[in-house]
Design a protein around this ligand. Structure first.
Ligand code: GDP
Length: 198
């Protein structure tokens, strides 16, 4: 099944986020975790989310509408050393504001490097939405980089985040279809409102 999407807008503040009745599945993770690559892979659109680090784009929230009512949201990556402490604090504020206040948010996809497992920051993301009725999906990225013998212990390292991850690799393709299905299922829970005939 396909999940096509197109870029609609970047927002540097919650007040810049589009006003709509669309539902959002937001992708969050540390810089370099493979977020852009994964967004490109699930939508099948190369370059949808830039894999190269475009200044500006990486600091903003980016919205990509799918054909249905679902919007995919690329949240700013955190933990990028080169942006400086003040910028990092602004990005963190924007990210957590979005997670706490964005009414359209229906699902949060937390990306974790499969080799590192969840750290304090990723657990904080899961905790930030705990009080909200959201679907939370955890993805273990770059799964191709782990040897078979490393995979069991790596999966064990996800226990503290409280959710079993979907292991994904954009190289082998593993997990991409499973993730796309979760998103399509979500989209189907929110069919487009039927318009009154007039
Ligand atoms: P972002 O900063 O989270 O958007 O990360 P990118 O998507 O730009 O990816 C960061 C780097 O990791 C790039 O060099 C990608 O090619 C690489 N990468 C992303 N996903 C995978 C994967 O599944 N396997 C491997 N081996 N490399 C990956």
């Amino acid at each position: 099944m396909e999940l096509t999407a197109r870029f609609v807008r970047s927002a540097l503040a919650i007040s810049d986020c589009p006003r709509s009745d669309r539902v959002e599945a937001a992708f969050a993770g540390r810089s370099n975790v493979g977020k852009s690559s994964l967004l490109n892979a699930v939508t099948g659109i190369k370059g949808l989310a830039r894999t190269s680090k475009t200044p500006g784009r990486t600091r903003s929230i980016n919205f990509f509408d799918t054909a249905g009512r679902l919007t995919l949201v690329d949240l700013p990556g955190f933990g990028y050393a080169k942006i400086g402490r003040a910028n990092a604090a602004n990005i963190t504020r924007l990210l957590f504001d979005y997670l706490a206040r964005r009414e359209n948010l229906a699902a949060l996809v937390i990306l974790v490097d499969g080799r590192r497992g969840p750290q304090e920051e990723e657990i904080a993301l899961a905790q930030a939405v705990r009080g909200r009725r959201l679907e939370v999906v955890v993805v273990a990225t770059k799964w191709d980089k782990l040897r078979n013998s490393q995979r069991g212990p790596a999966l064990q390292s996800f226990v503290p985040i409280g959710l079993e991850p979907i292991p994904c690799s954009i190289l082998s393709g593993e997990g991409i279809e499973a993730l796309r299905h979760r998103l399509i299922d979500l989209a189907q829970q929110y069919p487009a409102p039927t318009r009154d005939a007039d």
